[in-house]
Design a protein around this ligand. Structure first.
Ligand SMILES: [Ca+2]
Length: 167
């Protein structure tokens, strides 16, 4: 019986090890990446994951804010940045400035404006699962060229993209 139990732990550890080796940080072999588009500057943080609140404070310390997109062009800008920075990445999640304003209504906490790219939600999202999903992440998969939004608990651990503007 002990051998069977040990084997279970072996497989568990193996799965965790494989999962860790598959992280986007290792594939991208970088910690941060930067992109400037016009007056907008993006900074991607891949060294660690954080809650929405920690991520927001992290960007603030840099004089920046969590990423938002007020139109499809800005949505595609972020997606292109991820494609360029993270080749071969599987599903990876990044915080945005999006938060719940009301039942299944979302806006950008940095601008106070509603989220208008409503056709970019993941299938069956937003769903406010268990009534606990008040923050908006983007889920990115490079090999199928997809980036979509999802509402999720603000305490989830995600990577970070900050944005800032030059005058
Ligand atoms: Ca959700």
């Amino acid at each position: 019986m002990r051998t069977v139990a040990n084997m279970k732990y072996f497989w568990l550890i193996l799965v965790i090890a494989v999962g860790a080796a598959d992280s986007i940080v290792e594939k991208a072999n970088l910690e941060t990446a930067n992109l400037t588009k016009g007056t907008k500057h993006y900074r991607m943080e891949l060294l660690f994951k954080a809650t929405f609140f920690q991520a927001s404070m992290y960007c603030s310390r840099l004089g920046m804010e969590l990423v938002s997109f007020n139109n499809l062009q800005e949505f595609d800008e972020l997606k292109d940045f991820l494609v360029k920075t993270l080749p071969n990445a599987r599903w990876s999640q990044f915080w945005t400035s999006g938060v719940a304003m009301g039942p299944l209504q979302f806006g950008w906490i940095n601008t106070g404006l509603p989220i208008t790219v409503t056709h970019k939600w993941e299938y069956l999202q937003p769903n406010n699962f268990f009534g606990l999903e008040n923050c908006v992440e983007v889920k990115f998969h490079e090999s199928i060229n997809v980036m979509l939004m999802n509402d999720i608990t603000c305490l989830a651990l995600n990577y970070i993209v900050c944005q800032g503007y030059t005058l």
